[in-house]
Design a protein around this ligand. Sequence first.
Ligand SMILES: [Mn+2]
Length: 260
Amino acid sequence: MAPAVRASEWTAPGHWKSIDFISDLHLGPETPRTFEAWRQHLEHSPADCIVMLGDWFEVWVGDDLRDQGVAAQCVETLARVSKVKTVAFMAGNRDFLIGADMLAACGLRGLDDPTVMDAFGERLLLTHGDALCLSDVAYQKFRLMVRNPAWQQQALSLPQAERIRIGAQMRTQSETNQNGRSAPADWADVDFPAAMQWMEAARAPTMVHGHTHRPGTETMAPGYVRHVLSDWDLDHAPYRAEVLRWSAAGLHRVAPATGP
Ligand SMILES: [Mn+2]
């Protein structure tokens, strides 16, 4: 079983008409088209709020690197966009080292994993998804280690060059295990009993998560539904990018917004 968790609560302002969920963009130097699609969506989506549910970046080894490469482009975009709409971020297994400095530079609202979002008279349980993939025992052990604040503090105190080297190493390792660019059928999936326990405790019968790169909507048991987000990759075939839009009409999958 996953450790018992108390989900944080977030009630959307009553005037919001729609909220977008995206995840698993895995932005980095090798995905300029994916960055551009993300940027256009941020700027042109009609939604009042965009929620990023983790793995925004392929790897993140410290907020002090936010002025370089694609991170700098993201900061530049969000500093503008977050003035006109709410943009929220929950950490994934790749970018859990994103800290207060990066959130502030981008104007992002940081979200705990899990968070219950209350809007349109419904409650959604939001999670990246990795904490529920219990069958991957080795990963859960690793997760426990790297999510420890003392471990993080120590990791972030290493010299930049060392962190960049370790980040590259972790990425290669993770690609040989799971969660590389493609999604083989034998990847760990969310543990249903654990997920339903979270949902029950949070009084949220519907869950939205990413991480597995296997988009779809599924009834887990009578009364329990999950919506799995698509990963984004417009630089490597098969090209994919999708948004889950929440409104008073429910949850619908739409294509990312583009400019005029
Ligand atoms: Mn992930």
